[in-house]
Design a protein around this ligand. Structure first.
Ligand code: ADP
Ligand code: MG
Length: 243
């Protein structure tokens, strides 16, 4: 389970996350929607400690962090509880597709080379690009590169996967295949938090939807509650732009 309470983050004098509280149950798929600049990426990055939160409690799996006095070993453990899939893929350009997946596994010394290759090939098969394993990212379409990003996130076998607008930089022709891969993974009872502007996809995949604006969670509920019957005027206004 993921439990976040009182999470705060400011850059200089700008409060970007203002007292964020939510929970994600094991196996649940939670979709976060909201206007650009509302703090969605910062929230995901704080969970993974790519950004250091200013205050709040973060519990993920069996790791519990009070962000105001957490020490390095706990931060490292917390980081290992989640994997990120980024908008811009963030692949290692100088490594092959397979190398992108095996490198983090062997670098952490948790796996021998052969084990890492076995895991990598299995996951590349799962996302449908095993035939690209010896290619470099530059030779792949955006959709294929993002599928490598997803396979890499899965390889770490994290407690949860955090997706930050995984299809936002893709040409429209590649969006569907990436959404399909994410949807397949969600059926395997993986815990996932997905930030996306793909509202039809959100409606279909989410167990729960969180609407964020201005560093707050404005409203959360089932996809039916949020999309068909939003309570808050800001949610309604936001959704009008997308439907
Ligand atoms: P979203 O993902 O919802 O579009 P972000 O979390 O990226 O929103 O950004 C929220 C706010 O925080 C924005 O105003 C953005 O400019 C600011 N911000 C994000 N990252 C940084 C940073 N590293 N330094 C300064 N300001 C930042
Ligand atoms: Mg963002």
């Amino acid at each position: 389970m993921i439990k976040v309470s009182g999470l705060k983050k400011a850059f200089k004098n700008t409060e970007v996350l203002k007292d964020i509280n939510f929970e994600v149950k094991d196996g649940e798929t939670v979709v976060i929607i909201g206007p650009s600049g509302s703090g969605k990426s910062t929230l995901l990055r704080c969970l993974n400690y790519l950004e250091k939160p200013d205050a709040g409690l973060i519990d993920i799996g069996d790791v519990s962090a009070n962000t105001e006095r957490v020490k390095k070993p706990t931060i490292n453990k917390l980081r290992m509880q989640t994997s990120m899939v980024f908008q811009h893929y963030n692949l290692f350009k100088n490594k092959t597709v397979l190398g992108n997946i095996t490198y983090p596994l062997t670098a952490s010394k948790k796996f021998k080379k052969e084990e890492a290759v076995e895991i990598g090939e299995k996951l590349l098969g799962q996302v449908g690009i095993l035939d690209k394993s010896k290619q470099y990212p530059v030779a792949l379409s955006g959709g294929q590169q993002q599928r490598v990003g997803i396979a890499r996130a899965l390889a770490a076998d994290p407690h949860a996967i955090l997706f930050d607008e995984p299809t936002s930089s893709l040409d429209p022709e590649w969006v569907g295949e990436v959404l399909k891969v994410i949807s397949d993974i969600s059926k395997k009872e993986k815990t996932m938090i997905i930030v996306t502007h793909e509202m039809d996809f959100a409606k279909e995949i989410a167990d729960r939807v969180i609407f964020m604006a201005d560093g707050h969670i404005v409203e959360e509920g089932t996809p039916e509650e949020i999309f068909d019957n939003p309570e808050n005027e800001r949610t309604r206004k936001f959704l009008r732009k997308y439907t």
